[in-house]
Design a protein around this ligand. Sequence first.
Ligand code: UDP
Ligand code: MG
Length: 343
Amino acid sequence: MIVTRGCELSVVVPAFEEAECLGHALEIIAAHCRALTDDFEIVVVDDGSSDGTWAELESRAGSLRELRAVRLSRNFGKEAALFAGLAEAGGSAVVVMDADLQHPPALLGVFYRLWKSAAADVVEGVKRSRTREPLLRRLFSSVFNRLLTLLTGCDFRGNSDFNLLDRRVVDTLLRMPERRSFFRGMVGWLGFRHYRIEFDVEPRQEGISRWGTIALIRLAGRAVVSYSGVPLRLIHIAAGGFLLMASSVGARSLWLYVTGAAIGGFMTVILLLLVLGALVLLSLGVIAEYLGAIYEEAKGRPRYLISQRLCSQEFCAAGQIANLAGALDTPHSALSREQTRTP
Ligand code: UDP
Ligand code: MG
């Protein structure tokens, strides 16, 4: 479904179980946007929350005329929510930011002015310090970002989802057909004129982070498999190394046999079997990851499903809701049960 309102600035906010902080965040974001332009919208994507996030949005829609919201039919994850927001946004510039105010709204002005002065197509928020995050989390992020930088050749160090994208970039992103999306990776891959702005990650206003260790590891695995074939090549390298080792051990055993000396006991055999077994299983695991990725893409399911929409009276009355049936034709989204509501 295409419900877009051509405007100057869209701010896309994915929200999952953010009832506690969303109202406050919306007020602050709207105040910062208003200082920049009158022609803006805030697009909130409720990623299948069960805690009253949607009710909070419904209660705000009457007073905040720039607010639009879509509700996904279940929790599809932040990546899908981001793309739902990008598809809904109609701004010439689109900013993506978190609902917990960890991405400082004060930087909206800096991002916007850089874009307005035509200095950049993509303004990236880069995390300067993460000292307030737990040590393990920082360590994991640092290893992950370095690994991804090494594997893909794009600079992922300090990267965040806090970005401003020019309309051209948003449209290009939306045309990329992959289902296993990784927003930061895709934006980095696209190129265009990037400008990096450092920021300090603020502490979360309310609630808790939804990214547990397992979710982060899954995202990391997904990103590596989606953006690099290096793990597959590593299998070749490991196999080559093992072949070398096997050849030298084999040659030595043969030499000992020919010279009549005794061959080392079971230890060598056991070690070889263990190493070989582990290597084969590991390689199978890597191949399975890629196979799974191909399977997921081949199914071609939409990235997300929208179950409800919300927009201000003024916006809906303007008759800008277009082509409900078209929703099913879009490559990324589909409507399960269309409900467009005005407060
Ligand atoms: N989020 C989402 N879907 C999810 C998990 C998170 O839309 O399944 C949103 C969340 O509401 C927030 C943003 O993504 O606006 C970042 O999430 P969070 O603060 O939990 O992650 P962290 O800042 O710890 O990386
Ligand atoms: Mg957060």
